[in-house]
Design a binder for this molecule. Sequence first.
Ligand code: AP5
Ligand code: MG
Length: 224
Amino acid sequence: MNKHKQLHLILLGAPGAGKGTQAVRLSAKLGLAHIASGDLFRQEQASGSELGKVAKSYMEKGLLVPDEITVKMVLGRMRNPDCEGGCILDGFPRTLEQARSLDEAMAKEDKKISQVLYIKVSNEELLRRLSQRWICRNCQAPYNVVEMPPKAHGRCDHCGGELYQRPDDTEETARKRLEVYFNQTMPLIEYYRKAGKLVEVDGEQSIDAVEKDLVKVIESGAGA
Ligand code: AP5
Ligand code: MG
């Protein structure tokens, strides 16, 4: 594919905003690779790798994994052939340092971020969603076990994998993650607004309505 036709999207938002939920849908709709830094770290943990062990020590406390490790992992993943047409970044970048490293690495290949889709949700709703979330051990698809449960109890609709509650979704760790988000990730909103790439979407609507708004924004090319 012509590199000028590439679409590189960032889904920005707090823990529980719906980044993963929407990324799965957009990835299927647009045929773009879905790259979720948190999913990659959880896969590394499941495989028992050194990287997984290091990541776990930060994730279980609700802290960010150091930039150097995270940037290397995500940029490496972006070099896979399935990213030829672009990709959807979910949960990355999360610090100004990560955003600058991403811009620099992409500029070297004459690429750029197309749009940054900021999914905005209130604090109260975020904590409610995190406490009700279970995810698939295999494909990491998220479910709300109270409001949008899987068809078969404890099993993933997509792949039949076992569902479990993420250890960092306990109330104490979820609160820490929100605090970390406000201190370390919120500055990215200004960073991308200044770059003319930020588009805000109301994340407190139904999942279908949020998807519709995101698709509208992407199709209109607003912020691109
Ligand atoms: P990560 O896995 O990225 O977690 P997060 O950012 O905290 O985001 P979440 O996955 O919790 O939320 P989401 O926005 O994807 O919401 P979801 O769609 O699941 O990161 C985990 C950890 O890894 C970090 O704490 C850090 O340690 C490390 N890490 C990851 N990336 C890093 C980075 N770049 N740098 C350093 N460290 C990094 O939805 C949540 C729930 O709500 C679900 O149950 C869903 O069904 C439900 N829901 C979704 N949309 C709606 C809706 N519209 N209405 C009602 N319910 C909804
Ligand atoms: Mg997620």
